[in-house]
Design a protein around this ligand. Structure first.
Ligand code: UTP
Length: 306
């Protein structure tokens, strides 16, 4: 078992972005779904901004096929920058450069997309024995509802690993990993996770608490992942590894805690949620909002009738 020191600070984030994104075909035939724009920024930039805002300046992105667009997005674009500079277009120049200085970006290939658990496992060498955050590249948390900093705080206080939980309708639980929880006295939003099940049928779900795409993990997860057999969908599931971790003692890097999130979250890998994210964020934008809201009101009030 890897030796762990749970009180080591969390400084690194791993962002898995190597999934096939089949729900978004054909858009994802040649482009990773994480590059799909949410208003005018790719989804992945919101995720990297979130990690950076939580103080994580070292980000390892796990990429798959079509990785170039992801790497290019966080790199300089000299020709474009020069052109905009020559035109004196400072605003667009600032927007082009915004993504470059957010964090120290590193990349690793997953090879075969064998599941989220496998994507996390390829980060082992980079993480180098420290607790680390995982942010799913297609899961967007509204920046006004901070979650990751609270999860890091809980990990630093309690050790072990921390998952993010969100209450969902029972009819939706089959789409998520689901957690059985009990109070642990650390705060109204923090639970001890006693069991985890990946995408259960509603009758088998131990609760309405869905695991969403933010984790702070003890490096003991790597040894567990290496022994985790492919589960649902033939993929190595992170949820299965976390379930094993929840049964281990604290001295083995075990124990899983859950932080309940009540804020705004969008699964940009799901087409309907992707559309909701765009509409909501566009409505709230200072530059686009007023015109878009007025169009939307008219659209809903007239064209949507009947
Ligand atoms: P999803 O469960 O949404 O899978 O992955 P997917 O394959 O990308 O999407 P669909 O279902 O075919 O449309 C959740 C997150 O885990 C990453 C994805 O990129 C996404 O950010 N992932 C998933 C990997 O990095 N590798 C994998 O093997 C699987």
């Amino acid at each position: 078992m890897t030796t762990t020191n749970t009180r080591m600070p969390v400084t690194k984030a791993v962002v898995p972005a190597a999934g096939l994104g089949t729900r978004f075909l054909p858009a994802t035939k040649a482009t990773p779904k994480e590059m799909l724009p949410v208003v005018d920024k790719p989804a992945i930039q919101y995720v990297v901004e979130e990690a950076s805002a939580a103080g994580l300046s070292d980000i390892l992105m796990v990429t798959g096929r079509n990785k170039r667009a992801l790497e290019d997005h966080f790199d300089r674009a000299y020709e474009l920058e020069e052109l905009l500079a020559r035109k004196g277009d400072e605003d667009k120049l600032r927007r082009v450069r915004e993504s470059v200085s957010l964090a120290n970006m590193h990349y690793v290939r997953q090879g075969d997309p064998k599941g989220l658990g496998h994507a996390v496992l390829v980060a082992e060498q980079h993480v180098a024995g420290q607790p680390f955050a995982v942010l799913l590249g297609d899961d967007l948390i509204d920046p006004r509802d901070p979650l990751l900093s609270r999860m890091i705080e809980v990990q630093q206080e309690l050790g072990g690993s921390v998952v993010a939980l969100m209450e969902v309708e029972p009819s939706q639980i089959h789409l998520y990993g689901c957690a059985a929880v009990e109070a642990n006295g650390f705060g109204a939003d923090v639970f001890h996770v006693t069991d985890l099940v990946e995408k259960p049928e509603v009758a088998d779900a131990p609760s309405n608490y869905a695991v969403i795409g933010r984790y702070v993990l003890d490096p003991a997860v790597f040894d567990v992942l290496k022994k985790t057999e492919p589960g649902r969908g033939g993929e190595i599931q992170l949820t299965d590894a976390l379930r094993t971790l929840s049964t281990l003692g604290a001295e083995e890097g075990g124990q899983v805690h859950g932080v309940l999130f009540k804020g705004r979250r969008y699964d940009t890998g799901d087409r309907a949620d992707y559309l909701r994210a765009i509409v909501r964020l566009a409505c709230e934008r200072e530059d686009l909002g007023p015109e878009f809201r007025s169009w939307l009101k008219n659209f809903v009030g007239t064209e949507m009738q009947g």
